[in-house]
Design a protein around this ligand. Structure first.
Ligand code: ADP
Length: 242
């Protein structure tokens, strides 16, 4: 068996000052293998962002371990954690998080610059990504001139710049109209078809169904379902978790 991309073991996380109610995550164990596309669904407050932050090394569990590509992410210091995110993780957010005073190309180049990639190589990689993602005609535009769907494509290009083994997306269609959302879903599906491992946190069952094959559902900090995305509609609707 190949090394898992993500391995969570008995992860427990309770935020300071929240002694009432359930912890954000309780005794969560999860394995994601290379090439999987996994949706993390669940109502607001169920622990989805906490899970993503732990995998990204932006937060630490109280107990349990978080291993990504063989690296114990929960044990990294601040500098190593930042380096880990640059090299191992691409992140896509609901509101794109692009820098508005940089051109599209310069936004996409940013992770390469932070990682110290040679300029020529980085420029070629950025141009290739913009072309693959169908936004090369906007290479010299500023993000403010682009539609939401185009901005999200730029954000995906930036996330992929350093060829991360793992792409994390947090509500990537949450700020988009239906057509642009479908466009971004298709893009994620295409990336996964090319072998990219993806974890998408979403409320959006349609997004999960169009670009993932496995769905994990969280409720009150626990994994309450882990199944093929194609099998989920009935149980999801019955339990009224949307
Ligand atoms: P989701 O992403 O599914 O909406 P979260 O992971 O953001 O859920 O939150 C899980 C639980 O942890 C919620 O009860 C939330 O109120 C709590 N929580 C999240 N972040 C913090 C924080 N920084 N401080 C205190 N409590 C938090």
């Amino acid at each position: 068996m190949s090394t898992p991309v993500i391995e969570l073991r008995d992860v427990h996380r309770r935020y300071d000052g929240s002694s009432e109610g359930p912890p954000a995550l309780r005794q969560v164990s999860l394995t994601v293998r290379p090439g999987e596309a996994v949706a993390v669904l669940g109502p607001s407050g169920s622990g989805k962002s906490t899970l993503l932050n732990l995998v990204a090394g932006l937060d630490r569990p109280d107990t349990g371990t978080v291993t990504v590509n063989g690296v114990r992410v929960d044990a990294l210091g601040e500098t190593a954690s930042a380096r880990y995110r640059r090299s191992q993780i691409g992140m896509v957010f609901q509101f794109f998080n692009l820098l508005d005073d940089l051109t599209v190309t310069d936004n996409v180049l940013l992770p390469a610059q932070l990682a110290g990639m040679a300029r020529g190589k980085a420029g070629r990689r950025a141009a290739e990504l913009l072309e693959t993602l169908g936004i090369d005609r906007h290479a010299h535009a500023y993000p403010g001139r682009l539609s939401g769907g185009e901005r999200q494509r730029v954000a995906v290009a930036r996330a992929l710049m350093n060829r991360p083994p793992l792409l994390l997306a947090d509500e990537p269609t949450g700020a988009l109209d239906t057509a642009s959302g479908e466009d971004v879903s298709r893009l994620l599906a295409d990336l996964n078809a090319d072998g990219q491992t993806i974890v998408v946190v979403t409320h959006d069952l349609a997004l999960a169904q169009s670009c993932t094959t496995r769905t994990i559902r969280l409720l009150d900090g626990r994994i309450v379902a882990d199944q093929g995305t194609g099998d989920i509609e009935g149980s999801f609707a019955r339990e009224g978790a949307r």
